[in-house]
Design a protein. Structure first.
Length: 444
């Protein structure tokens, strides 16, 4: 089998020493192997069983993934659009199952207060939200403005309303919210060795560079730990496999904070990948798991580190029951906030949580115009799950035209419609002068 020639000798030497006899199999896989094609089922909108049936009816084999209860391995080739339609409706998130395992390890629960410190583009954030069942408080932070756009798009498409997004340095968040969160997820920038299995090229790799990453990761990990309540848990994860950025960073935290301990992880025993001895936490070795390379570990706070919630933040101004009645749609069971001519859904707990000065809400369900109220695109693909009237049922040929942004001739009466194809709500459109008009957002 051919081997990659873009890997430095220093990289090969390090991993030969790290994993010994496993190195040849590891190198063969990152050179020639194929990772699983996996999607996460968004259980806020559809059941795993129902989506699995759809894939099988459309020519795929749909197998349970071994590393997450929300994951399906989609095998083979099916009918056109069979993967695209669930994505557009917000039923799926294409995601490597090693990343999903980090959320299995975090074990989010409804009603909790959770922060994802490096959230964009939102794979783990939206997974956390569905495990929380859109309740509690979920803070999604990221410093990269361009990646925040992708985060917002995914929160909207998947129908997440218990979250807000912020852009703050982690140490500033720790100053505002010391000892506040039940759970914290941290997946910081890293050397990216694990992405070799996805075709990544670590041309920059050197022992010096990974040590630099480790120093930066430790600084953020300290802030993450300070955010935890006593008894709270922190999951630290990376797309790396070396000991500098993984074991070494965790060991430094355990040394600096006596109240930190490695948490019990028996709840993920059914999903854990095979492990080599001599390492902390869990590692996904691509040649063993057919995933990207990945590391994660759960850390528990045994006792307080001082501090408490800074109540000088901003609280949402929610609408009262009478104000909500004027919106003539079957709205979900949540609280509502009007900002910038949009009606946003928010969880009950989020409505009572002190927020930073600058934040963005996640889920605009309706757009308020001067003379009318219309569903937003994310609102339409949520409301379209249950709507029974004013529905435009597309044919498969029409779906293909819609996705290609081609004109669709229509003999239906002029007016507004929720647009669907079989079980998939696709948006909100208008029939005018014999044509159906609807555009997907550009980010879709």
């Amino acid at each position: 089998m051919s081997q990659r020639n873009d890997l430095k000798d220093s990289f090969k030497d390090y991993f030969k020493e790290l994993i010994g006899d496993e190195f040849d199999a590891f190198l063969d896989f990152v050179s020639n192997g194929r990772t699983r094609r996996t999607v996460r089922v968004n259980t806020l909108k559809i059941s795993k069983e129902k989506l699995r049936k759809w894939f099988e009816e459309n020519g795929y084999e749909a197998a349970n993934n071994p590393f997450s209860s929300d994951a399906i391995d989609v095998i083979g080739e099916g009918m056109p659009l069979s993967l695209k339609l669930p994505y557009l409706a917000g039923f799926t998130y294409p995601q490597d199952s090693s990343s999903m395992f980090a959320v299995e390890l975090l074990n989010p629960q409804p009603g909790e207060t959770i922060i994802d410190l490096t959230a964009a583009p939102g794979g783990k954030t939206t997974h956390i939200a569905q495990r929380m069942k859109n309740t509690g408080v979920l803070i999604a932070n990221d410093m990269d403005t361009s990646r925040l756009k992708a985060l917002h798009s995914n929160l909207e498409r998947l129908g997440v309303w218990n979250a807000v997004t912020i852009r703050m340095m982690p140490h500033k968040i720790a100053e505002m919210y010391p000892g506040v969160f039940d759970k914290v997820l941290l997946d910081p920038s890293c050397s990216g060795e694990g992405l070799l299995a996805k075709g990544g090229k670590p041309s920059f790799w050197s022992p010096k560079s990974v040590k630099r990453y480790a120093s930066e990761q430790f600084g953020i990990l300290k802030s993450a730990f300070l955010l935890l309540k006593p008894g709270g848990t922190l999951v630290y994860s990376t797309c790396t496999l070396n000991k500098f950025e993984d074991d070494g960073v965790v060991e430094r935290l355990l040394e600096e904070f006596p109240e930190a301990e490695i948490a019990d992880s028996s709840h993920v025993s059914n999903f854990a990948p095979p492990q080599f001895t001599g390492f902390l936490g869990f590692r996904f070795w691509p040649h063993k798991t057919r995933t990207k390379g990945f590391f994660c570990i759960s850390i528990r706070k045994k006792s307080p580190a001082g501090g408490g919630l800074n109540n000088q933040g901003n609280f949402l101004q929610v609408l009262n029951t009478e104000e909500i009645k004027k919106f003539h749609y079957d709205l979900p069971d949540c609280k509502f906030v009007v900002r910038e001519n949009n009606l946003f859904c928010v969880s009950n707990e989020l409505a009572d949580f002190a927020l930073p000065k600058s934040y963005s809400l996640a889920f605009p369900i309706l757009r308020i115009f001067n003379t009318e109220v219309r569903p937003t695109h994310p609102g339409a693909i949520w409301l379209g799950l249950k709507v029974k009237t004013a529905v435009y049922e597309l044919t498969r040929e029409e779906v293909e035209k819609l996705i290609e942004r081609q004109a669709i001739e229509s003999d239906k009466p002029e007016g507004d419609y929720f647009i669907k194809f079989e079980i998939f709500p696709l948006g909100y459109g208008k029939v005018i002068r014999g044509k159906l008009e609807m555009n997907f957002p550009r980010q879709y």
